[in-house]
Design a protein around this ligand. Structure first.
Ligand SMILES: [Zn+2]
Length: 196
């Protein structure tokens, strides 16, 4: 199905190419749908060349895609690049992490329900650690290590999973998986759960 005639440029052109993009016309690789979607199941490669100018462009594109899709996180495989790069915003601003590794996990959290920009409309309950310690690199190559909890931890765990070919549907309680209506998914009615 094509996106509405009013949808702008790139997303519209991409949506026209595929069937099945009903809820989401952003240029994100859709599980089981976008040609080459199997990239979502691949273990992504470490980033080694921090001087690569295409990295800056990619991060800027991912930022735009994430916000325009009302997402809270996005991993490079979701935009067809199998590298260990993620972007997110847990409410404290935009952040980019490269080569992230979760080094500690503790506690449990079950809310909010998770969604994924690569699996439009689907939501489900995923048990996640409530506190993590993550180490990673920033776009300039600088090494960082920090604690994250609650929603930020959930986002980071979801995005790091993407870099390992793991999707939230692998971890969700199957009984809780359900589809939102298109209007709910776009955040037009009710409280749209986050999309990662
Ligand atoms: Zn996702």
């Amino acid at each position: 199905m094509s996106s509405p005639a009013t949808a702008p440029g790139k997303a519209d052109a991409l949506a026209d190419k595929y069937d099945g993009i009903v809820f989401d016309d952003t240029p994100v690789v859709k599980y089981g749908d976008t040609p080459g979607w199997e990239i979502l199941r691949r273990v992504a490669e470490p980033v080694t060349d921090f001087a690569d100018p295409t990295l800056t462009t990619l991060i800027a594109e991912m930022r735009e895609i994430m916000y325009s899709a009302h997402g809270v996180g996005l991993a490079a495989p979701q935009v067809n690049r199998s590298i260990r790069l993620l972007v997110y915003d847990a409410g404290d601003g935009f952040r980019t992490l490269l080569n992230p590794t979760i080094i500690k996990k503790k506690g449990d959290q079950f809310e909010p329900e998770e969604g994924c920009l690569s699996i439009p409309g689907l939501r489900g309950v995923v048990r996640r650690a409530s506190e993590i310690v993550i180490k990673a690199q920033e776009p300039d190559g600088k090494h960082v290590q920090f604690k994250a909890k609650d929603f930020e931890a959930r986002i980071l765990l979801h995005e790091v999973d993407h870099l390992n070919g793991v999707l939230f549907i692998d971890l969700a309680d199957p009984a809780t998986l359900h589809m939102l209506t298109p209007a709910e998914d776009r955040g037009e009615v009710g409280n749209a759960p986050p999309k990662e």
